[in-house]
Design a protein around this ligand. Structure first.
Ligand code: FEO
Length: 397
């Protein structure tokens, strides 16, 4: 998909797909790839909205050059966001078009200096300020912490296109189509939520502020910096981000467990049975030794019920389960219903730490709490089933 694609009047997608990177931000797996969307507006002046990850510069540059009318140069680069998946080609772009003026806010200017040593030919814009390209009038709205403090969005009032940066974006390369009406949006939704919950979710209150601010603007196309361009049903992606940033949940349960020898796993299976016996169909199970934490966080973001079960390792919580607790704390996940269980052989430890977490997190708790010594007894397993049934009752109330 190397050709440029028109998204509105004289407005083009000049982004790239990344099917190669294993870990986004060196942390998050990309089984479906990711797109770095960038855009170009060709008017009396030409403007680029964002660049792409540095290693894809030549693909991006080819597209830009294809669109440039004979004898013209690129006049402006609008930097909505400085994270290097979007800013990584700025220096190379400046070498290709030395006269290009960079447009950003005061924080953008600070980060341009910090990351690339750039200080010259930067125009600092304030909220609502207009830059005219001729017919196209661009205005800028800061959306701090969605996802960095300098992040802003750019609105082209003439085409009603909102270049929304990370907001309303998600993982998943664009497999041939780029618009919501030409791709299977359901295919992308899990990856949009995984992106949202792991990367932006911590800043949900700022997402709410951004949505309030943007709803006052008139736009018909949302062109984010990752994932599909929403031209047919932009309110769908706004609604998803709105719901998720309010931490609205679905009725269902996520069981995250750590088990070295299968004992804690047997407890998990009894618990899951209890949930299903009481009518919960949406049960998601993660073995924390094999599920990447980003999928765990995604599912916990979606569902109301959470059960954490862990074996004991060296008198403490199983190490990968510690990472789960830390991630839940960091994402400020709230208002869930929590159950816990654990196991040990000669000394407890795991359940104690899970209970400490339960005491701190201010979520609703559900009983019983179960701790098995060695292999779980029939009584232990029945208690796990009871925990599942009790959780189901709370979820369906
Ligand atoms: Fe897609 Fe926060 O960068």
């Amino acid at each position: 998909m190397n050709s440029v694609i028109s998204i509105a009047d004289r407005t083009f997608w000049v982004g790239v797909n990344d099917y190669d990177t294993a870990l986004f931000e060196a942390l998050w797996p990309l089984p479906m790839g990711v797109s770095y969307n960038a855009y170009m507006i060709v008017d009396e002046k030409t403007a680029l909205v964002d660049t792409v990850k540095g290693c894809y510069f030549s693909v991006y540059l080819d597209k830009v050059k294809n669109l440039l009318p004979e004898g013209r140069t690129v006049d402006y680069l609008i930097v909505n966001h400085m994270e290097p998946d979007h800013s990584g080609a700025i220096e190379a772009l400046r070498e290709a078009f030395p006269e290009i003026q960079i447009i950003g806010n005061s924080k953008t200017a600070e980060f341009l200096k910090d990351y690339y040593g750039l200080k010259d030919n930067i125009r600092v814009v304030s909220e609502g300020e207009i830059v005219s390209l001729g017919t196209h009038q661009l205005s800028f709205f800061p959306v701090p912490m969605v996802h960095w403090p300098e992040t802003m969005v750019t609105l082209d009032k003439n085409t009603g296109t909102l270049f929304s940066s990370d907001a309303f974006g998600g993982f998943g390369a664009l497999n041939g189509g780029i618009f919501d009406d030409e791709v299977d949006t359901a295919y992308y939704e899990d990856e949009v939520l995984r992106y949202f919950s792991n990367i932006v979710g911590r800043y949900s209150s700022m997402v709410q502020r951004a949505i309030s601010k943007l709803k006052a603007q008139d736009f018909g196309i949302i062109a984010p910096s990752h994932g599909p361009v929403w031209r047919s049903n932009p309110s769908h992606i706004v609604d998803l981000y709105d719901r998720w940033s309010k931490q609205e949940t679905e009725s269902g349960a996520v069981i995250v467990y750590g088990s070295m020898y299968g004992n804690t796993q047997r407890m998990m299976e009894s618990l899951a049975r209890g949930l299903v016996e009481k009518g919960i169909e949406k049960v998601r199970i993660h073995n924390i030794s094999t599920s990447h934490i980003s999928f765990v966080i995604r599912d916990i973001w979606r569902f109301k019920g959470v059960v954490l079960g862990s074996c004991t390792y060296n008198t403490e919580l199983f190490p990968p389960m510690k990472q789960v607790l830390s991630a839940l704390d960091n994402r400020m996940i709230k208002d869930r219903i929590l159950g816990v269980f654990g196991s040990y052989t000669w000394s407890g430890g795991a359940l104690k730490e899970l209970q400490e977490f339960a005491g701190k997190c201010n979520w609703m708790k559900v009983d019983p709490v179960i701790e098995a010594k060695g292999s779980p007894s029939e009584i232990d397993l029945e208690k796990c089933r009871e925990l599942g049934r009790n959780l189901a009752e709370k979820l369906t109330k």
